[in-house]
Design a protein around this ligand. Structure first.
Ligand SMILES: Nc1ncnc2c1ncn2[C@@H]1O[C@H](COP(=O)(O)OP(=O)(O)OP(=O)(O)O)[C@@H](O)[C@H]1O
Ligand SMILES: [Mg+2]
Length: 216
């Protein structure tokens, strides 16, 4: 799945003042590419990722996914696109506090006819990233790194075509970070999943062939 950003700008209004966060961004992410969005804190990485994922709209410019301009989609079409195609890993996880980890992970596929197969696959992945013993705990009983891995598993449950990952290794040690990157690489190579990952860590960014640097 290809993504094209054309002349994207984003301005927020804060206390009556305009805050320009993104200015005239052009970016092409080819089908089956692995791209890292790199830059310091506050440069607009999360803002850009949420625009790519159709969760926020740019002030001007276009987001074109597989030839379709996202601004032309109706709300329900956009919701369907997000549900079926995108696995989004939020920087702040967005887990439901009163559900155990496993239920957070399987929530997106609870009505899916193929859910048993998907749950079995995700249990295998959980094992690989050291989470198998933690799945019956609520987020409040998990460490930040464990919550982060729950958010990663949830993004993968629906076999997305694109994974948009906002600093998915920020709370992990280097060993676990590299395990996550390896899983992304495997999904990319074996299933052709397009990966867009945000980080401000050179050690993580250097694993990627394609890099887009914000804020220079
Ligand atoms: N909804 C909003 N309203 C007003 N300002 C916002 C909003 N969202 C983001 N900003 C501002 O836009 C700028 C970029 O924020 P963003 O979260 O995209 O940065 P980031 O590069 O992801 O930073 P970090 O590495 O710390 O996560 C910041 O100055 C932030 O305060
Ligand atoms: Mg951010």
């Amino acid at each position: 799945m290809s993504i094209k950003l054309e002349n994207i700008s984003k301005t927020f209004e804060v206390s009556g003042k305009e805050l320009k966060v993104l200015e005239n961004i052009d970016l092409e992410i080819k089908d089956k590419e692995m791209l890292v969005i790199f830059g310091k804190s506050g440069v607009g990485k999360s803002t850009l990722l949420s625009i790519i994922g159709g969760m926020d709209t740019p002030t001007s410019g276009k987001v074109i996914v597989d030839g379709i301009d996202l601004s032309n989609l109706k709300a329900d079409e956009l919701a369907k696109f997000r549900k079926e195609k995108i696995g989004y890993i939020f920087q702040s996880f967005n887990l439901l506090g009163n559900l155990i980890a496993m239920h957070n992970i399987i929530l997106p596929v609870i009505l899916d006819v193929e859910r048993m197969k998907k749950i079995a696959t995700i249990k295998g992945l959980a094992q690989k990233i050291g989470m198998q013993g933690r799945l019956r705990h609520c987020p409040g009983e998990l460490s930040l790194g464990e919550q982060q891995r729950v958010a990663i598993l949830r993004a993968m449950i629906n076999s997305p075509t694109i994974i948009l990952a906002d600093e998915p290794t920020a709370h992990l040690d280097i060993e676990n970070s590299l395990k996550i990157i390896e899983i992304f690489e495997k999904l990319n190579k074996e299933q052709g999943v397009t990966i867009v990952l945000v980080t401000d860590h050179e050690a993580i960014a250097s694993k990627f062939e394609h890099r887009f640097t914000l804020g220079v």
